[in-house]
Write a protein that binds this ligand. Structure first.
Ligand code: MMA
Ligand code: CA
Length: 162
């Protein structure tokens, strides 16, 4: 009886591990195009290459994206920011991911964010501003008045952009 229970727990542990790795580590490919644009045009561009503006649904994914960005020539260690797929355009204060339609459950906002500054900030960016001690945290910013690099994600390799 005791042994069987322990075996069950062990199996559940393995399943949990595989499931976690499957959703967080495997399967997602990231890509940062070479031009800056507004959030809407970023959504459009990712779609046009068969991808989505990136969703970040766990700490592991946030870490993974951060690691990826640092391997690209879009990374600037003085400070940089990238559009990602979160917005509260549909309902103020309720952030969702454009790629999945899901509510933002895991979050990694910079301290004091989202602040909807001047009531004009509805789109999410991933920021690295070491002098403000903001390292791969999130901010809401103006969807159309800011032009920046952005991060697309895909489940398959888009051969053109591999
Ligand atoms: C500050 C802060 C943010 C705001 C941006 C706009 C650098 O961060 O007030 O909340 O979105 O400025 O540029
Ligand atoms: Ca803000």
């Amino acid at each position: 009886m005791k042994l069987r229970f322990e075996t069950l727990i062990l199996h559940l542990g393995v399943i949990l591990l595989l499931w976690q790795n499957g959703s967080d580590v495997m399967g997602k490919k990231f890509y940062i195009p070479s031009h800056r644009t507004n959030w809407f045009k970023a959504v459009e561009f990712c779609s046009s290459v068969g991808m989505k503006l990136a969703s970040i649904e766990s700490r592991a994914e946030n870490d993974e994206i951060a690691k990826f960005v640092q391997t690209t020539d879009k990374f600037n260690d003085v400070g940089c920011a990238f559009w990602i797929g979160g917005s509260d355009l549909g309902e103020e204060g309720s952030f969702t991911w454009i790629g999945t339609g899901r509510l933002v459950t895991f979050s990694h906002w910079s301290p004091g964010e989202p602040n909807n500054a001047n009531q004009t900030e509805h789109c999410m960016q991933l920021v690295y501003i070491p002098r403000f001690n903001q390292k791969w945290t999130w901010n809401d910013n103006g969807c159309t008045n800011r032009h920046m690099f952005f991060i697309c994600e895909g489940t398959e390799c888009v051969s053109e952009f591999k």
